[in-house]
Design a protein around this ligand. Structure first.
Ligand code: NDP
Ligand code: X2W
Length: 354
């Protein structure tokens, strides 16, 4: 099967990761890559690492450029995505949106956190949430829609929500947790996109680490929606001098029934069983904790577990590559599912060795 594919926003960090991954994919054939500012430029001129890997040339954005595609990946900022999705769906093209535009199910919540009115709220219900390990049934529905001849829409999960939710969900799902969940997460600078700002400029971001969006970050409602914990998540992101990676440390208060009663071994067994069928999630042996270097360049999520000294809190740590499992890799995983392929297709490369 050849799936004709376009990547919108392909010159950005997530977009070029899609070019890299899909260049090795046996079924998705990328024929169109768009960038307004770089139209006419060969991809390998901008990213010499891809020389010999692709001879694609950036084209101007526009639905016309994507005509004939079966699948389009949108690697553009939020709000830019929702201005393009309805027309793509109408043209019969399945859309894998890496932005936040279709993740939140409630348009009023979107407006509150993104400070803008949603322009196609009628599609929020249709959008399948793109976090395969936790939303398999939504993706199966999208696959069935596509199989029946309609275009599918997948709202790929955000990077921090992916690392955080994969680390937290099994304990919450098993009813071990009661109370406010606190998340301290650290991201590499590619998480902020390609354009340098004062915050991400080398001289400011290097040799420095800072918390940002404290109490106000837009991933808070997304994490709450995934975990079913409305108003019960305190999320603090940090920017660290790394290129790639997210490390999310999640503090989960154990319920009175489980605090001091349920062993860490039993909790690890529960996690291992929960993710038994999930090729990309690895629950580490007790006594070991994940690190971003071990997942960089791969679609893996590593999870480490510990109990607080008082035994009343589970500490779950998740590590992913923000550009891979947190963005492009996860989008390809979702697209594999929607197009009826094994979800690991084209995603089996291990992490960078060092
Ligand atoms: N970076 C990350 O770790 C993650 C990113 N995401 C999401 O993926 C999307 C892309 O992020 P990222 O690659 O980091 O961002 P970048 O800023 O690196 O790239 C975004 C690209 O989109 C293009 N673009 C900007 N505005 C528009 C528009 N109105 N219409 C079409 N294209 C536009 C840009 O310009 P041009 O057309 O000139 O090339 C650029 O190439 C965002 O929604 C982001 O939130 C999700 C998870 C993680
Ligand atoms: C370091 C940094 O700035 N990270 C970005 C999040 C990454 C991202 O692209 O957000 P989505 O996953 O929602 O698309 C931020 O805090 O806004």
């Amino acid at each position: 099967m050849t799936i004709k594919t376009g990547i919108v926003g392909a010159a950005g960090f997530a977009g070029i990761e899609l070019v890299r991954l899909l260049g090795e994919h046996p079924s998705f054939e990328v024929g169109v890559v768009t960038s307004d500012s770089l139209a006419g430029t060969p991809v390998s001129d901008l990213y010499p690492a891809l020389d010999g890997h692709t001879d694609l040339v950036f084209e101007k954005h526009g639905v016309d450029a994507l005509e004939g595609c079966d699948a389009v990946f949108l690697a553009v900022p939020h709000t830019a995505a929702m201005s393009q999705v309805p027309a793509l769906l109408e043209a019969g093209i399945s859309v894998f949106d890496l932005s936040a535009d279709y993740r939140l199910k409630d348009a009023a919540v979107y407006k509150r956190w993104y400070a803008t009115e949603h322009t196609s709220p009628e599609l929020l219900e249709k959008a399948a949430f793109g976090l395969p390990e936790l939303f398999a049934s939504e993706l199966a529905r999208a696959a069935a829609e596509r199989e029946a001849g309609a275009a599918a829409l997948v709202a790929c999960a955000g990077c921090y929500p992916t690392a955080t939710s994969l680390a937290a969900y099994p304990a919450i799902h098993a009813g071990l947790v009661d109370g406010t969940v606190i998340v301290d997460a650290v991201s590499g600078v590619t998480g902020a996109g390609k354009k340098a700002t004062e915050r991400t400029h080398f001289c400011f971001a290097n040799e420095s680490i800072e918390a940002y969006g404290v109490g106000t970050h837009r991933h808070t409602p997304e994490i709450e929606q995934i975990l079913g914990l409305e108003g019960k998540v305190v999320f603090t992101p940090h920017l660290a001098p790394l290129n790639r990676g997210i490390l999310s440390t999640v503090y989960l208060p154990l319920s009175a029934e489980h605090a001091g009663e349920t062993s860490l071994e039993a909790i690890r067994d529960l996690y291992t069983e929960f993710y038994a069928e999930d090729a990309f999630v690895r629950v580490l042996p007790l006594g070991t904790m994940p690190k971003t270097g071990s997942v960089a360049g791969s679609n893996a999520c590593h999870i480490g577990l510990a109990l607080s000294a008082a035994g009343d809190m589970l500490i779950a740590v998740g590590a992913i590559d923000n550009l891979c499992k947190g963005a492009a890799g996860q989008a390809v995983q979702c697209a594999n599912i929607v197009f009826g392929l094994p979800e690991t297709t084209g995603l089996t490369a291990p992490a960078l060795p060092v």
